[in-house]
Design a protein around this ligand. Structure first.
Ligand SMILES: [Zn+2]
Length: 422
């Protein structure tokens, strides 16, 4: 069931209505939110609420193990546990859903994410995903069932087995991380199978910004002879965004989330946030009041636009998708860079199959070097990569070639920046 919203005014009215009814429930029974929340009968009341950080959630779960206190209902009402991948270090965050909030997740997949990509009940969807405690494509899987598509779980399979499954079962859609999609195409090539000739017509990605980075998108589209789509979401927030036919970014589902943007690297004022522009994304979810997040600082860098989109969606668009993690910014000789900018340069080289940025503080100076993994370990492109990076950013970044297979090709999410202790 989705309510029709045509304009930003409609969206704002719907958001406030959902927020008001959810807040009543929170105030009645949610121990975490009682001291952080008050009645919200106007937008001014909303802007009086504090921001929430991940550190507060981690602390709460540590103090009140195992699930923390952000629970609106008795534990018996919850039906699913997921946890974050813990890729940013530290302990994973555990998150519980009720049957109702899980229906909310899967509904967003069926009504927005798959719809945006033109995926229908006629499609056959292969999930190259491990189906462990990380939420990853679990919700995509359940959302696809709800759509009426045929779902094929590719958990507990080697990459070779997945290639054979694609060949034999003829799925039309692949769901995976962008890095893993490229890895799968490499493995197939080694097996003498060309996935650009396969039945895959569309690929849908999450976990990393790659599918919205033009050069990565193109590399995946070439490898699979398919159209490539992005999805954004977080374990603790829910499924937030989808790529539309315009293919140049990610619309956030504003009928289910309130979006705010705050400046990066400053103490932002909760009373002064923006609804568009560049900065860190702050999100409030409106359909998961069993374990909600109100004004949550996501740590994601976005450029949020409210320009009308050719697809007709009334929702704001993150131009170029999520640009990266605010924490992943690194500095080379005074120039601030994000991994996605480096990725855009590297993916122009079809020889490069994986990469990692190593960042180290040496005598208070940022030292950055780039590890690239090439097909067949060929290092003849290193010099031209260094030149290209220099042309793009005006600084020299050292680059070295490492043996094929030595960098992690994770099916959950690639860790692009490694901070080495100096
Ligand atoms: Zn659009």
């Amino acid at each position: 069931m989705s309510t029709k919203v045509d304009s930003y005014d409609d969206i704002r009215a719907l958001q406030l209505e959902k927020l008001q009814s959810g807040t009543e429930e929170l105030l009645a029974s949610n121990r975490f939110y009682k001291p952080r929340m008050h009645d919200v009968s106007s937008w001014n009341d909303f802007y009086d609420l504090p921001f929430l950080t991940k550190a507060e959630l981690v602390e709460d779960q540590k103090e009140n193990a195992p699930f923390g206190t952000n629970l609106t209902y008795p534990l018996g009402d919850y039906v699913r546990l997921h946890q974050t991948s813990g890729s940013s270090g530290g302990r994973p965050l555990r998150w519980l859903d009720t049957a109702r909030s899980w229906v909310w997740w899967t509904g967003i997949w069926a009504n927005h994410v798959y719809k945006g990509a033109g995926i229908t009940s006629e499609d056959r969807i292969f999930f190259a995903f491990s189906f462990g405690p990380f939420v990853g494509f679990w919700s995509a899987y359940a959302g696809a069932e709800r759509l009426g598509a045929m779902v094929i779980p590719g958990g507990s399979m080697s990459s070779e087995q997945r290639v054979l499954a694609i060949r034999d079962l003829e799925p039309t859609v692949l769901c995976s991380t962008p890095t893993y999609a490229l890895r799968l195409a490499e493995v197939a090539k080694e097996m003498g199978i060309d996935l650009s000739e396969s039945s895959i017509k569309k690929t849908l990605h999450a976990g990393e910004p790659g599918a919205s980075i033009p050069a990565t998108k193109k590399a995946i589209e070439t490898a699979f002879g398919a159209q490539c789509y992005d999805h954004t979401g977080m374990t603790e927030v829910g499924p937030t965004g989808f790529t539309c036919s315009a293919g140049d970014g990610v619309h956030f589902v504003e009928s289910e989330f309130i979006l705010e943007v705050i400046p990066v690297g400053t103490d932002a004022d909760p009373k002064r946030t923006r609804s568009e522009g560049t900065g860190e994304l702050v999100i409030t979810n409106l359909g998961r009041f069993c374990s909600p997040l109100i004004r949550y600082r996501t740590g994601d860098l976005v450029e949020l636009s409210r320009e009308p989109c050719s697809c007709g969606s009334p929702f704001a668009k993150a131009v170029g998708g999520i640009r990266g993690r605010v924490d992943d910014m690194f500095t080379v000789r005074g120039i601030n860079l994000y991994p996605s900018q480096v990725e855009e340069v590297l993916r122009r080289y079809s020889e490069i199959v994986n990469f990692q940025i190593r960042h180290q503080k040496v005598r208070h100076m940022d030292e950055v070097s780039l590890m690239i993994e090439t097909r067949d370990g060929d290092d003849s492109i290193v010099e031209s990569v260094v030149l290209d990076l220099r042309h793009s950013f005006g600084v020299r970044i050292d680059c070295q070639c490492v043996p094929a297979g030595s960098l992690p090709a994770n099916e959950m999410k690639a860790k692009r920046v490694v901070h080495v202790q100096g």
